[in-house]
Design a protein around this ligand. Structure first.
Ligand SMILES: [Zn+2]
Length: 181
């Protein structure tokens, strides 16, 4: 099933929309019943980082729903006017208050079921002074054998961490693309 955000009202004129297939198209779109505006819905981008310090990775315990109390890598929705790298840097600052040197793209994970695309960058921590924002209960460094695998908030975070520690063992870091159900 293709996720839809079920747009009920036109973003241009505020009148009700109706889902139907526009001319020369092949799928349902929310079309305004008054002005005819077609509202296209596309996957949302989530951007984040894998902040590392030696053999440790920085995780944040979520202070917001969904998955409050569980651990995540710093990540959030990409904003308009922002590059993916800038968004990853901003989320790391907002959620962990961590000082990082942003490095290469690390994982590209489709979450087709949720209509999302998650991108994680590697980020070298410059120090271990963290100042978590209101969305985070605490920010903490973990070695691989300390990772709370049963308390990870999202599948893409789990996948990214698995790739990270596998690459650490290999001694070589690549870009990992895949699908998460
Ligand atoms: Zn309209």
């Amino acid at each position: 099933m293709i996720p839809s955000r079920r747009i009920k009202h036109c973003r241009v004129c505020g009148n009700p929309t109706d889902y139907r297939v526009p001319a020369d198209d092949n799928r349902d779109r929310a079309i305004c019943t008054s002005c005819g505006e077609i509202h296209y819905e596309n996957p949302i981008n989530v951007v984040g980082t894998v902040p590392y310090w030696g053999d440790q990775v920085l995780l944040c315990r979520r202070n917001i729903e969904p998955r409050r109390g569980l651990w995540t890598l710093p990540a959030g929705f990409l904003e308009l006017g922002e590059s993916t790298a800038a968004g990853a840097q901003r989320e790391t600052d907002e959620e962990a208050g961590a000082h990082i040197e942003l490095q290469g793209l690390f994982t590209v994970l489709n979450v087709v079921r949720a209509g999302q695309l998650h991108l994680y960058y590697l980020a070298r921590l410059q120090d271990t002074v963290f100042a978590p924002g209101p969305e985070t209960i605490e920010a903490q460094l973990f070695r691989e054998d300390e990772i709370p695998w049963d308390e990870i908030a999202f599948r893409t975070v789990r996948e990214t961490l698995l790739h990270y520690f596998a690459d650490c063992r290999r001694g070589e870091f690549g870009v990992h693309a895949g699908d998460v159900s």
